[in-house]
Design a protein around this ligand. Sequence first.
Ligand SMILES: [Zn+2]
Length: 178
Amino acid sequence: MKIILSILFCVSLQMCSPIKPTEKSTSMENSTTKNNPYYSRTDRTKLDVPNSEWKKILDPDLYAVAREANTERPGTGKYNIYDELGDYYCAVCGNHLFRSDAKFSSTCGWPSFFEADKEGTAYKRDSTYGMERTEVLCKRCDSHLGHVFNDGPPPTGTRYCMNSVSLEFVGDSEKSTK
Ligand SMILES: [Zn+2]
């Protein structure tokens, strides 16, 4: 009887012990997108996912910017004043967009870059709000990232004005420890 009781005790202890967290790569924990089956930092295959699907996956703030071309309020983004070394990826799909060496301090209130990954970005004419602008999109998932202007610093003279929420940063130190 004692044995049975101790077995029962052991079983109940196990049942009460907290469930071990499943192994997850540390970089994914930074992601604003959870349980996103389309997310990949290595697969650059074009995605064709309807907004109805993205709406289920993305955080509302990211959805509003990435899929409805909203703009985050200036000076509020997490990467606006940020100078760590590493790479910036699309927060929606993981596509590589910018390298930190191309980032510069801009007073506009949004993270700014003078050069983008040509394989990562696409462009579209944007005539909304009575302005002629060039919209920058993720080449893989077509998400809105921001706009590009020709008043940037050397060597390119280009200013990619991005929404922080559309970006996901992965530091060089984080990659080397993996
Ligand atoms: Zn993307």
